[in-house]
Design a protein around this ligand. Sequence first.
Ligand code: IMP
Length: 179
Amino acid sequence: MHQDVKKVLVSPEAIEQRCRELGKQISDDYRRDGEIPVLVALLKGSVPFLAKLITYIDIDIEFDFMDVKSYEGTESIGDVRILKDLDRSIKGASILLVEDIVDTGRTLHEVSKLLLNKGAGRVKIVSLLDKPSRRVIPIEADYTGFVIPNEFVIGFGLDFNEKYRNLPYVGVLKDECYL
Ligand code: IMP
């Protein structure tokens, strides 16, 4: 375990198993609906999750990336600024937004709105983690990996000051590392 990690919340084995289950569920749902989803991964935190999840999806998919930043100091609903936009038109597309964690819900709320404004036919959400106790905007992912308590987590894509994204598990950062 990394020396800055207080405890492991989600092990690599649990992540693997849950991605397998989510991949099957997503495949079954989109197969039933006869849709080819465009997975839109929000940079950078969702990259490891996207990479693992898609290996367990056995229908045709496409994927693309977006990078957004919440406006500084926006404590209310606020807007997001697009740092990297999608490469193609999503008019009529069935979007599956891929996120690392739903915290206050602001990011997903704003990005979903934005994608619908760009003409997406439907927007669903898959998130590796969910911290429901922190929610400000009432938004839920359609597919959730793990519900976690209100602790700041790192690893498997999640960072603190851009560090720890490469850890193969999700863990809680030691308090002294915030200093
Ligand atoms: P929201 O808009 O408040 O839901 O925030 C979502 C974003 O905040 C995520 O995509 C993460 O980048 C970041 N975030 C929220 N909680 C954590 C955490 O515990 N560790 C690392 N990043 C987090």
